[in-house]
Design a protein around this ligand. Sequence first.
Ligand SMILES: NC(=O)c1ccc[n+]([C@@H]2O[C@H](COP(=O)([O-])OP(=O)(O)OC[C@H]3O[C@@H](n4cnc5c(N)ncnc54)[C@H](O)[C@@H]3O)[C@@H](O)[C@H]2O)c1
Length: 435
Amino acid sequence: MKVAVVGTGYVGLVVGAGLAETGNDVVCADVDAAKIASLRQDRIPIFEPGLEPLVVRNQKEGRLTFTTDVADAVRRSAVVFIAVGTPPDEDGSADLQHVLEVARTIGQNMTGPKTVITKSTVPVGTAERVRAEIAKHTRTAFYVVSNPEFLKEGAAVDDFMKPDRVVVGVDSPEAREVLNELYAPFVRTGKPIIFMDIPSAEMTKYAANAMLATRISFMNQIALLCEATGADAHLVRKGIGSDARIGSAFLFPGPGYGGSCFPKDVKALIRTGEERGVPLGILQAVEAANDRQKHVLFEKLSRRFEGRLAGRTIAVWGLAFKAQTDDVRESPALVLIEALLGAGVRVAAHDPAAIETTRRVFGDRITYGEHPYDVIAGADALAILTEWLEYRTPDFPKIHKLLRRPLIVDGRNLYDPERMAKLGFTYDSIGRAPV
Ligand SMILES: NC(=O)c1ccc[n+]([C@@H]2O[C@H](COP(=O)([O-])OP(=O)(O)OC[C@H]3O[C@@H](n4cnc5c(N)ncnc54)[C@H](O)[C@@H]3O)[C@@H](O)[C@H]2O)c1
């Protein structure tokens, strides 16, 4: 099939490369000329495991091309995915300007019947707005589909190529057939394509992210209570996670959820509730708990230094909002670093993938190390923010020697407190008694 994917970010690039891999003729379009230029030279602008070989192979074989000419990409294609960003507007609602701009371009370039698929996360009713925007500019027949994306950054290629399920909102048999054909290669193991009406598909994406964010905030609050009562959140997590009704995923206490999706999608759903007169108290609490959680590590550090943080140096391991990505959008590390800088602390940071994205936020206000141990030398404490594998079994004696004070504040519970005590560290993690 001839497919255009408009918006070549974390989602659009993976979708485009994945659809090319199954034999489609895909053009990825983006207004960011630098991004398109580097992709044409096989340079992948984001860190995403497994993505580079997919892009390189399909570009070489001519099934995947890149352009800044969105109109031309639309004209050439029978299927158009809209995968542009939907950042939060000032009131928390999803800002649809990019989605509607693409819809307008589609309407103005309808060379023949097309299936237009919203892949971006958009509130209920957006497909209808896309339909109306296209229809303003053309009389050619077209179909509108909602096909929210559930991939996780860090495992995006796997998630797209082997999805748990594909959700498709359609209102015509013709569009249903197109989506069936596009996704058939990805669901050969029997995973379902779940067809539904368009509003339900749009809502499904928000409900999924809101549920996951809820589990995280719930567990973070239980962890705070564990700390206050002497219970161990690690054991409590195991205890509840083995209940089949609860399940073990997304129950790790941590420094708060970040990323480009949960924070903005929870906000947008709260906003939708307000607009429709359905207050979503649960999600308001989820958001408040998360905002609070992002300050927990700073408070722990501040307590350890009895409020006298000014002039100290804190090493930070992990800047990305989670492991296996370079994405620092809404990352808890940014909140901690901002608070530390505000308290007069020098920050030396390491991350295996997210130095460049962090540099765009802090510039020279902090220093960056190429290796994890570079940033520890002479620091007064180490704070761990991201669960990168390479932080899991570090050289503890070396850390002990390099730190001015053997203090580790761990937002990811990477180490065993008893062992850390034996190694001579003061070790403060989430939901477990400090040692
Ligand atoms: N990142 C994720 O893990 C994830 C997962 C599922 C769904 N989503 C949703 O997918 C959408 C895209 O997210 P993302 O993380 O890929 O965003 P992103 O910011 O990485 O990429 C968006 C891209 O769209 C481009 N763009 C903006 N306006 C454009 C226009 N008018 N024409 C062409 N290109 C344009 C930008 O230049 C950018 O490259 C969002 O709605 C997001 O909520 C994201």
